[in-house]
Structure formats: structure tokens, C-alpha cells
Design a protein around this ligand. Structure first.
Ligand SMILES: CC(C)(COP(=O)(O)OP(=O)(O)OC[C@H]1O[C@@H](n2cnc3c(N)ncnc32)[C@H](O)[C@@H]1OP(=O)(O)O)[C@@H](O)C(=O)NCCC(=O)NCCS
Length: 136
């Protein structure tokens, strides 16, 4: 069974193995914990059987007008069970009633987000491959 939580209490790096699948320079579990701690909001999906994190979502928020959701991932062995959708729904609840909530995604994921009430947009981004594993 999966439990959803916005608290990082009891979350150690060892509970954060198996994320950033396919990333050339994946952040370590220690770096992952640090970025969760530094986010405005997090929602975790925790596997009750093991206490491991099965999925997570982060948001950065100014609490006035806007929030953005930089990271959402469900570990491959937990995908296709509704966990990703539930993480998005819960994060939207946590963020609350703001003017703007922005997600950046690959076009193939637009149907996933459309089902959750989002509409397609365009965007611009910058990526620095040297920092993919995380800043010091
Ligand atoms: C996207 C992701 C979070 C979805 O998590 P999940 O727990 O499998 O999500 P749900 O079970 O709620 O929904 C699954 C739906 O997402 C869709 N989906 C997931 N990944 C997809 C992809 N890469 N391309 C197209 N559709 C995708 C599936 O079609 C599925 O729809 P279905 O139930 O009609 O088959 C998960 O696939 C993931 O972690 N992917 C890698 C990281 C990523 O892409 N994150 C999003 C960054 S914007």
C-alpha cells in the first residue's frame, strides 16, 4: 500500500534509491534529499511495506501568484498504478488557489497532464549538463 505525505520526517537517503532513471548524471540520494528539503513543497508516495519512497513531486512557490513544478517521478516498478496522477492532484491541493501553476513536460506527457486539468502551453528553458548531478 502507498501512503502520501508532505513531510520529510524519517526520510533518509537510503529511502530515496532508484530515482532519476535515465539521467546521464543522476543526483545521489543525498543530493535528492537536499533538493527535497530546499523545495517550497513536496509530496512523497511511500511504500508502506518497505518505507521506501516510490514517487515524489516538488514545487517552488512565491505564495502570491505563482508556483512551478520542476520534478515529478515515480520509480519504474510503481508506475501505471495512478501514483503519478495522485502526486499531481495532492501537490495542486498543497499549493492551493494561485493564479499560475506551471509544469514543463515532454509533449508525450501532455495527455497525462490534460487529464489532470492542465492545458498545453509553450515554454523556454536552460539546462547546464555540468550541473545535472546537483550543485554543491
Ligand atoms: C510520468 C510519471 C510520473 C507517471 O507516473 P505513473 O505513476 O505511472 O502515473 P499514473 O499511473 O497516474 O498515470 C499513468 C499514465 O501516464 C501516462 N504516461 C506516463 N509516462 C508517459 C510517457 N513517457 N509518455 C506518454 N504517456 C505517459 C501513461 O499513458 C498512463 O496513462 P494510462 O493510465 O492511460 O495508461 C512516470 O511515468 C515517471 O516517473 N516518468 C519518468 C519521469 C517523468 O517523465 N516525469 C514527468 C516530468 S514532467
Amino acid at each position: 500500500m502507498i501512503t502520501y505525505s508532505s513531510s520529510l520526517e524519517g526520510i533518509t537517503p537510503s529511502k530515496l534509491e532508484g530515482f532519476f532513471v535515465g539521467w546521464q548524471t543522476a543526483p545521489t540520494p543525498e543530493t535528492h534529499l537536499r533538493l527535497l528539503q530546499n523545495s517550497s513543497h513536496v509530496v512523497l508516495a511511500v511504500d508502506n511495506a518497505t518505507g521506501e519512497v516510490a514517487g515524489f513531486i516538488t514545487a517552488m512557490c512565491d505564495h502570491v501568484l505563482s508556483a512551478s513544478v520542476p520534478l515529478l517521478e515515480v520509480r519504474p516498478e510503481f508506475r501505471g498504478q495512478g501514483i503519478g496522477g495522485e502526486l499531481v492532484r495532492r501537490m495542486l491541493d498543497v499549493i492551493g488557489d494561485l493564479y499560475m501553476v506551471d509544469f514543463v513536460c515532454h509533449p508525450s506527457l501532455q495527455p497525462f497532464y490534460t487529464r489532470l486539468g492542465m492545458r498545453p502551453s509553450t515554454g523556454m528553458m536552460r539546462r547546464n549538463p555540468k550541473r545535472q548531478g546537483g550543485a554543491e
